[in-house]
Design a protein around this ligand. Structure first.
Ligand SMILES: C[S@@+](CC[C@H](N)C(=O)[O-])C[C@H]1O[C@@H](n2cnc3c(N)ncnc32)[C@H](O)[C@@H]1O
Length: 364
């Protein structure tokens, strides 16, 4: 089924003493909100219009429902106390308190604890990244794909191409705040990043559970991790990150790619009729981006991951807003995935960087 929108949020709001339903959806650039009368709307029809992930919250808890490809329903209930808030201009709940010392130290907030205007986009990217990491992590733990983190065996996360480590510290602090034992490693080729980030960890007194290495991802000595994350690791550094995770059998990957030059440089001969697209420079570039990320997703499926490709944030905060989220299930590869992969790469005469970095990839 194909839903009209990628995601839709529905909540009751009170307007002029009447409770109506507020429906919000985004097309990746703009958010559209409309209010409809609660008794006229057919919410059930909307819910059964093809969405594969549904979250229903009430004051007593939450129920999440995931419809698998084979049509099975995976249902998860969680008891928690939630406040009903009928304010119609409710702001999204923040996951990261701008006054948290780590945000001040990494330079996202000023010394008074206000987000610096120049860092607002990065703050939003990191928050939205966490919004996708946390439920994926919880459901991977619930389903037994990742062992329940404990003090003796904390969850391990590696952030590849961490730069100034906004996301690295955010993941560490957020999971620490919700009581999940975690050890986090940030890897970046730049020694200045390592030194600066380790100094911040020391200052915050958290260097036992977070540390930074100055290494190339492709040859890092970092141990395998449960979760691999990467936010805008340049060009093929994203492929290095995925390859590192796959080779180390990371269970969960959240990868938001950056620029894509590798495939674009190989697109000399477009198979017809695609020349109609690649004769325009800007279209060729976008086609290259699409090919790169679809083939990355395809490879992940072939090596036993369940893969989603999603927009993790509105395009106004970064044009690089695609995320590849993958969970290792160990499922056998679908021959159709292999056939499609081979056909696309043969037609376009391209070899994705990721393929070269996975010597054990079995694509016949
Ligand atoms: C665009 S920045 C993103 C930094 C950070 N993840 C963020 O979102 O703020 C990309 C980072 O990847 C690092 N990088 C690029 N290629 C790398 C490689 N092959 N190995 C390790 N780090 C790399 C760069 O030094 C840079 O800090």
């Amino acid at each position: 089924m194909q839903t009209e929108h990628e995601r839709i949020d529905i909540r009751p709001v009170e307007i002029k003493s009447t409770v109506v339903l507020q429906l919000t959806h985004s097309d990746g650039r703009a958010t559209t909100t409309k209010n409809i009368s609660a008794n006229k709307s057919d919410v059930l029809a909307l819910i059964s219009s093809g969405y594969s992930n549904i979250l229903v919250e009430n004051t007593e808890g939450a129920m999440s429902l995931r419809i698998t490809k084979s049509g099975d329903a995976q249902v998860h209930y969680e008891k928690k106390k939630l406040e009903q808030d009928l304010m119609h201009d409710k702001k999204k709940e923040r996951l990261l308190d701008p006054t948290d010392p780590f945000l001040i130290e990494v330079g996202i907030s000023d010394h008074k604890g206000n987000i610096k205007p120049s860092k607002n986009d990065k703050y939003k990217q990191v928050e939205e990244f966490l919004r996708l990491l946390v439920p994926a992590l919880n459901s991977a733990i619930d389903a037994g794909h990742i062992g329940k983190p404990s003090k003796a065996k904390p969850l391990s996360i590696v952030d590849l191409g961490c730069g100034h480590a906004y996301l690295t510290f955010a993941a560490h602090q957020y999971l620490h705040n919700i009581g999940m034992p975690v050890v986090v490693t940030g890897i970046d080729v730049r020694t200045q990043s390592r030194d600066r980030n380790n100094a911040i960890a020391d200052k915050l007194g958290i260097s036992k559970t977070i540390n930074f290495l100055a290494e190339e991802i492709a040859i890092t000595k970092a141990q395998a991790a449960d979760v691999a994350i990467a936010l805008h690791a340049c060009d093929t550094a994203t492929d290095d990150a995925i390859a590192w995770a796959v080779n180390g059998e990371a269970k969960l990957l959240l990868i938001a790619p950056c620029c894509h030059h590798d495939i674009q440089k190989q697109m000399d001969q477009s198979p017809e009729p695609w020349g109609a697209i690649t004769k325009f420079g800007v279209m060729k570039e976008r086609m290259g981006d699409l090919l790169t990320d679809s083939l990355r997703a395809q490879i992940l499926r072939i090596v036993g991951y369940r893969v989603e490709v999603i927009e993790f944030i509105g395009g106004e905060h970064t044009p690089r807003n695609i995320m590849i989220r993958a969970l290792k299930t160990g499922a056998k590869p679908d021959p159709l995935d292999i056939a499609r992969y081979r056909e696309i790469t043969t037609q376009w005469a391209i070899t994705p960087a990721l393929e070269k970095k996975l010597p054990t990839l079995n694509i016949g």
